[in-house]
Design a protein around this ligand. Structure first.
Ligand SMILES: Nc1nc2c(c(=O)[nH]1)N[C@H]1C(S)=C(S)[C@@H](COP(=O)(O)OP(=O)(O)OC[C@H]3O[C@@H](n4cnc5c(=O)[nH]c(N)nc54)[C@H](O)[C@@H]3O)O[C@H]1N2
Ligand SMILES: Nc1nc2c(c(=O)[nH]1)N[C@H]1C(S)=C(S)[C@@H](COP(=O)(O)OP(=O)(O)OC[C@H]3O[C@@H](n4cnc5c(=O)[nH]c(N)nc54)[C@H](O)[C@@H]3O)O[C@H]1N2
Ligand code: SF4
Ligand SMILES: [Mo]
Length: 733
């Protein structure tokens, strides 16, 4: 046991009752910094998590969520045995054989009658933090021949991948802001002091941002709310969904005043003249009402971006969940390029890694954008997934390819996806719903089977999707820290077992096929080992003495720093477009600019705009059951400015009702001058009714009931849900 579960295990002293305590080094997989953790384990049980002082990047930092993972790990409300719904609606414990045989039989019956494309899969955010889970589920769906793959990505980041597909021809070629060397960071719609950073892995991001200011540079935070990050640096208040207007106006000024880096444009891009033509229509004086930024401030910012020795623009979820997410992500890189800061030290850089996700996905045929289209809504796929916003209609709309069974792994779409009510009703129509989770979530309440997954502390792991996002090039490996509680199993093991019972041809299995070709047995560990060893820094099975392998990584439990900075000047080699250039005016973007210019005014009767909000002690919908995070005065609140509160009769701390054209929720009001006028901020992931008792007791409401449930109402280029800038009104409850 010890050998299998102990990564970097240091046998500790034997304490009192003759119980062996040990310290095990691992890393956190709740959010993207992947902070180093030190686990104290006694008799195979987790006792405590602490920050790992010897981790070269997090250097003793971990946030309250990471520490509270102990409470999730040992939570009495965790599901640790397979559950099956009884006819009376209650769940009963069953064996793995009963569960998997039952599921296999129903799936095979559906395949026979309706085809493999009647089976769907939604995977949520924590799925991305496992190296094995996404690989195996993609293989499973490929073997079924089903296009019904959905993920949290359409509520998060798919617009960024679509933008990269258009710009570079490679969806996961996403540049990161080179914070360590920049002089001016323009940050749109991100709050890294709370979120700890996304699409960039930098455990000490707060230090990295402060260092910019300390060396004489600037950090400008464009956000409708004066966030924790905005307060620490320079706040540029913007209107919700104002970003594409602001960015086009920045380009307008850069071109109109001859401030563009002509040499960089000439060297790196195609379509510069067309982009100039598009931007010409967006003078800052004309866009101020939409962007929320006065024209002089836009002009000054454009000049500063052009004048800075090294500058970079970075955007995150605040720019992803509006009506023009792909356009906005596209314009972010366009401004970086036009100011001469793409693929340059201190600008936006393309991360190097011992295993490059962009390469791997391209070689395995998974780096797709718009290769297929959804049956409902005709949306392009992004990395083989369709928007979660069409799932309800895919279930309820008759015809060939109708979704009749659905797996939900590591996700809680009833709370995270727009229109939870209609999705909930649709889930009731499924022939089979299987959830793979740690808890009975709100979504799980509707399941026919709930299968217990391991936590990240109960599995080995490798940060495959994040390798090229590390601000400092880094690689690490961890073994499981503790054995699975109860009968919990890793997702890939569940999928493997199920596929076997369904007699799904193993040869049709994506990663297994690849593994077979590489001549190794199909386990994720061996797959990654083979890829690492034959990769750019690999040991080539002994040919290169200090090269990487899983074994080498196991001997470095705090991980390995691979260099100080990412190399630059690599753009031409990494672009997939045949001409080797960044495409600055693809037809999709030209059309989006047209759609933006023709944007209809918001509906009457909804004078305010709803935006999201992340809190330090929440993590999407799944950490509200950890007592240490819920202590104190935690309530689900709608933040509103004093002026708006006065106008709408809202009192601080009193219940209020927020209403959109699509729904209405009741929660507590919090009057604060951190909100810009006309804006209301409400966190997502509240309003619990699952098997998590502390969370259920926390109150609050599902904010996504206010978002449009209409499958036709998604952002066209990536199917992004409109979760920000939702028109609302507010009244006392
Ligand atoms: N504590 C905590 N950390 C987390 C998470 C969590 O739930 N809790 N979730 C993790 C996940 S899944 C992700 S994807 C990352 C997200 O990481 P971030 O994107 O950094 O996180 P947010 O705090 O949502 O920041 C979005 C910001 O956009 C602003 N905003 C809203 N609308 C607009 C707009 O139209 N324009 C502009 N410019 N700004 C706008 C909001 O006010 C907010 O401050 O965080 C991760 N980290
Ligand atoms: N209004 C609004 N809505 C949003 C957002 C927003 O900013 N505003 N943000 C969006 C974003 S960025 C995201 S990422 C999504 C998240 O959306 P989802 O991924 O659908 O939801 P989560 O709340 O992250 O739920 C994760 C589930 O995985 C389970 N889990 C945790 N670890 C594991 C594991 O290792 N294995 C398995 N099998 N299960 C595990 C948890 O118990 C939980 O039930 O929400 C989106 N929704
Ligand atoms: S910041 Fe994220 S990765 Fe670091 S300890 Fe907190 S939850 Fe874990
Ligand atoms: Mo996310």
């Amino acid at each position: 046991m010890a050998g299998r579960h102990a990564g970097g295990l240091v046998p500790g002293p034997v304490l009192g009752h003759n119980r062996a305590m040990s310290k095990v080094t691992t890393y956190c997989r709740i959010c993207e910094p992947l902070c180093g953790l030190e686990a104290t384990v006694r008799d195979g049980e987790l006792v405590q998590l602490r920050p790992d002082r010897d981790h070269p990047l997090s250097r003793g930092f971990a946030c309250p969520k990471g520490i509270a993972m102990t409470e999730v790990q040992n939570d009495p409300d965790r599901v640790v045995h397979p559950l099956r719904r009884r006819p009376d609606g209650e769940f009963e414990r069953v064996t793995w054989d009963e569960a998997l045989d039952g599921i296999a039989a129903r799936l095979n019956a559906l395949r026979k009658e309706h085809g493999g494309n009647s089976i769907g899969w939604y995977f949520g955010n924590p799925g991305t933090f496992s190296y094995s889970h996404p690989l195996w589920l993609n293989g499973f769906m490929a073997a079924l021949g089903s296009p019904h793959i959905y993920s949290a990505g359409s509520q998060d980041v798919n617009n960024r991948f679509a933008a990269s597909a258009l710009l570079y021809g490679a969806p996961v070629l996403v540049p990161i802001p080179d914070l360590k060397r920049t002089d001016l960071l323009l940050m749109l719609g991100a709050n890294p002091i709370v979120s700890h950073g996304s699409l960039i892995s930098a455990p000490r991001i707060r230090d990295d941002l402060s260092a910019i200011v300390r060396r004489g540079g600037r950090v400008v935070v464009a956000d409708p709310r004066r966030t924790e990050t905005a307060r620490a640096y320079e706040h540029l208040p913007v209107a919700p969904d104002g970003d594409p207007w602001l960015l086009l106006s920045l380009l307008h000024v850069l071109f109109a005043e001859g401030l563009e880096d002509a040499a960089a444009c000439e060297r790196q891009a195609a379509g510069v003249q067309e982009l100039r033509g598009l931007a010409a229509r967006f003078a800052p004086e004309d866009t101020a009402a939409r962007s929320g930024v006065p024209a002089p401030a836009v002009r000054a910012l454009a000049r500063d971006l052009a004048a800075a020795e090294r500058a970079v623009v970075y955007g995150r979820t605040g720019t992803c969940l509006g009506r023009y997410g792909t356009l906005t992500a596209f314009l972010i890189d366009a401004v970086t390029l036009v100011t001469g800061n793409l693929d340059r030290p201190g600008g936006a850089v393309f991360g190097a890694a011992p295993l490059r996700l962009d390469e791997l996905l391209r070689l395995s045929g998974l780096a797709t954008y718009g290769k297929t289209r959804s049956r409902i809504g005709n949306y392009p796929d992004v990395l083989g997934t369709f928007p979660a916003g069409v799932m309800a209609d895919e279930i309820t709309t008759p015809g060939e390819g109708r979704m009749r069974a659905l797996f939900v792994s590591a996700g809680n779409p009833l709370l995270s996806v727009p229109g939870g009510d209609s999705l909930g009703a649709a889930l009731d129509e499924l022939d089979l719903l299987v959830c793979v989770d740690l808890y009975v979530t709100e979504t799980g309440r509707k399941a026919d089977y709930i299968l217990p997954a391991t936590t990240f502390l109960e599995r080995e792991d490798f940060p495959l999707p994040f390798l090229q996002n590390h601000l400092t090039p880094f690689v690490t490996w961890t073994e499981a820290v503790v054995p699975p509680r109860g009968e919990a199993r890793q997702e890939w093991e569940i999928i493997d077992d199920l596929a076997r019972r369904m007699r799904l041809g193993v040869g049709a299995f994506g990663p297994q096929r690849l593994a077979h070709r590489l001549g190794v047995r199909p386990s994720p560990r061996r797959l990654v080992d083979a890829l690492l060893r034959t990769g750019p820094s690999g040991d080539w099975f002994g040919l290169r003495r200090r090269g990487l392998s899983v074994r080498r990584l196991r001997r470095a439990p705090h991980g390995i720093v691979l260099g100080e900075h990412h190399p630059t000047g690599t753009l031409r080699r990494r672009i997939v477009h045949k001409d080797g250039r960044v495409h600055l005016a693809p037809p999709e973007i030209v059309a989006e600019v047209g759609r933006l210019a023709a944007a209809p005014p918001p509906p009457d009767g909804f004078p305010l705009r709803l935006i999201g909000l992340r809190e330090l002690r929440s993590h999407n919908s799944w950490m509200h059951n950890a007592p240490s995070l819920m202590r104190g005065d935690r309530v689900h609140a709608a933040r509103i400015s004093p002026k708006d509160a006065a106008e709408h009769g809202i009192a601080d701390g009193a219940p209020c009702r927020v209403t959109s054209p699509h729904g209405s929720i009741e929660l507590v009001a919090k009057v604060t001058d951190e909100m810009t006028e006309g804006t209301v901020a409400v966190p997502h992931g509240w309003g619990h009714q699952g098997g998590w008792r502390t969370a259920n007791g926390a109150g609050g409401a599902n904010v996504n009931l206010l978002a449009s449930p209409d499958a036709g109402d998604l952002e066209p280029l990536a199917g992004m849900a409109h979760l920000n800038a939702v028109p609302v009104r507010i009244a006392p409850a």
